[in-house]
Design a protein around this ligand. Structure first.
Ligand code: G1P
Ligand code: ZN
Length: 562
């Protein structure tokens, strides 16, 4: 007998508007009666004609509330005539793995349960993100529809009696009034590992790590910050590439990430930074909760700025078998990302796209065959092998370049700067500020920098002077579908190529986070080894002064400096 579908009455919740990357709120918000159900039903409603007999991928980063959400999604999908779900075992799938699985099995899309790099646990954040059939985050058009739907939702459908053991791999079928509903619980890592083996030369990487012909192995230290990448890291770096189990740490996914902030940067991955300082390892890496971000460090904690990471990879793509096969079609970065990759593109005569913040803006370009490699300053690097940024991919890419060029991380960077000059870059984050004052600060700053007479103005501190070339609020027209994204960040661009950018974060779950991005280009080799904070000091002072940031936020120092 078919399981019963129940239609439940519900009322809309305010604020179910997906941000830069999905809907992120405190767990307690998601736990309110029907809150999660409303949002999931809104996602499904947005599929329209594609909903009936659709196939979706479901999984998340293992944070608190993931399993409850997976259970609800299974029951709601069964009631809405979805025909099949691929669910990661234990509800675990990294964000890059979901993208890979959507593409491999050509599903209608996927639902990812993560608040990415935000802390997890009962008192922290949860998130739900919808990806479309190309494997990428839903574009604005789709997320806007989901939001509209959430504002008027009056009922959702559910099969309360459906039971499925997501901890055990296998295929589970249930009879529902619309026919058969299938849940295939899959190994969380298998499909992803297969894809990595198609992209990289695993035997070369194994020789690099284990050493060969008398050359000692390259020692790695990979820190999963107790996020979702743990099982992927153990399988790839230990089982496949022969690293020792001591080379991988924090590889058990925890519901609260061990109480830490699962964000791979110099502040929140301080244990990696400390361990790398010993000089015992040649490459260190950390990932965020859902595995799409990466931080790369060289020996003695030599920091690779993500904007430089993108540029070095762009310059060396021929070291990776995948790109030998596909060719390199173009590069892209998000607007605030440092422009070092632009210089590589110019030298290689390659197209370079500058898109708004958020991975969703890369997808159309990749689908149209115009983009192979892209990145964001926020520790995001990836390629058109999937439609998400990919932390583990980035480490394998770096190891491939080290192996082919026979150089250390630091040597690769020094060679890069010697060839192209150095784009010094830093980002200041002021987290959890008062939203109203931040909005006011942004409005006043926009008025200032777009006023007549601002262009041409000379801004200076005691040491340096910069002449304004442009002041605006960045807007973008997608070259493929012509969709427009406006108000994507305040830019002060200077005649010498230096830049100051201001944005408010779209991923926070409370208050406002101000991000200030500062960049300056230097071609004097004597500067290359200098500390970025020192080199950028004059511009930082100018940025704080122009925005009156201290006055508006009451903060005398940023929460995080990258
Ligand atoms: C942040 C980053 C952005 C990234 C996003 C999702 O968004 O700045 O580059 O795509 O997280 O990982 P924000 O909080 O700035 O809106
Ligand atoms: Zn993430």
């Amino acid at each position: 007998m078919a399981l019963e579908v129940i239609t439940k009455a519900t009322k809309p919740y305010d604020g179910q508007k997906p941000g830069t990357s999905g809907l992120r709120k405190a767990v307690k918000v998601f736990m309110q009666e029907n809150y999660t159900e409303n949002f999931v039903q809104s996602i499904l409603n947005t599929l329209g004609d594609k909903l009936k007999n659709s196939v979706l991928v479901v999984g998340g980063d293992g944070r608190y509330y993931c399993k409850t959400a997976v259970d609800l999604i299974i029951k709601i999908c069964a009631a809405n005539e979805v025909s099949k779900l691929y669910v990661g075992q234990n509800g675990i799938l990294s964000t890059p793995a979901v993208s890979a699985i959507i593409r491999k099995y050509q599903t209608t899309g996927g639902i990812i349960l993560t608040a990415s790099h935000n802390p997890g646990g009962p008192d922290h954040d949860f998130g739900i993100k919808f990806n479309t059939s190309n494997g990428g985050p839903a574009p604005d058009e789709v997320t806007n529809k989901i939001y509209e739907c959430s504002k008027t939702i009056s009922e959702y459908k559910i099969v309360p009696g459906l039971k499925c053991d997501i901890d055990t791999i296998g295929t589970y079928t249930s009879k529902v009034p619309s026919g058969t509903f299938t849940v295939e619980v899959i190994d969380s890592v298998e499909d992803y590992v297969t894809l990595m083996k198609e992209i990289f030369d695993f035997s070369a990487l194994k020789s690099l790590i284990q050493g060969s012909d008398g050359t000692p192995g390259t020692k790695i230290l990979i820190n999963s910050l107790n996020g979702v990448t743990g099982p992927y890291v153990t399988r790839i770096f230990v089982k496949e590439l022969g690293a020792s189990s001591e080379n991988v740490v924090n590889v058990v996914p925890l519901e609260d990430f061990g109480g830490r902030h699962p964000d791979p940067n110099l502040t929140y991955a301080a244990d990696l930074v400390e361990a790398m300082k010993t000089g015992d390892y040649d490459l260190g890496a950390a990932f965020d909760g859902d595995g799409d971000r990466n931080m790369i460090l060289g020996c003695k904690s030599f920091f690779v700025n993500p904007s430089d990471s993108l540029a070095v990879l762009a310059d060396n793509l021929e070291c990776i078998p995948y790109f030998k096969r596909t060719g390199v079609k173009g590069f892209a970065r998000s607007m605030p990302t440092g422009a070092s990759v632009d210089r590589v593109a110019a030298k290689k005569n390659m197209r370079i796209f500058e898109v708004p913040t958020g991975w969703k803006y890369f997808g159309n370009l990749m689908d149209a065959g115009q983009l192979s490699l892209c990145g964001e300053e926020s520790f995001g690097t990836g390629s058109d092998h999937i439609r998400e940024k990919d932390g583990i991919w980035a480490v394998l890419a770096w190891l491939s370049v080290m192996s082919a060029q026979k150089m250390t991380v630091e040597q690769l960077l020094m060679r890069h700067w010697t060839t192209y000059g150095r784009n010094f870059f830093t980002r200041y984050d002021y987290e959890n500020c008062d939203a109203a004052s931040c909005n006011k600060m942004m409005a006043e700053l926009e008025a200032l920098i777009t006023a007549p007479g601002y262009v041409g103005r000379v801004l200076s501190n005691e040491v340096k002077q910069y002449t304004v070339r442009l002041g605006d609020n960045f807007s973008y027209v997608d070259p493929i579908d012509k969709s427009k994204a406006e108000k994507q960040g305040l830019r002060i661009l200077f005649e010498d190529g230096s830049r100051i950018i201001f944005r408010l974060s779209g991923t926070g779950s409370s208050g406002a986070t101000v991000r200030v991005y500062i960049e300056s280009y230097e071609s004097d080799p004597s500067t290359y080894s200098q500390d970025a904070q020192q080199v950028l000091k004059p511009l930082i002072q100018i940025a704080l002064c122009e925005s009156k940031l201290q006055q508006f936020t009451g903060r005398s120092a940023p929460t995080v400096i990258t």
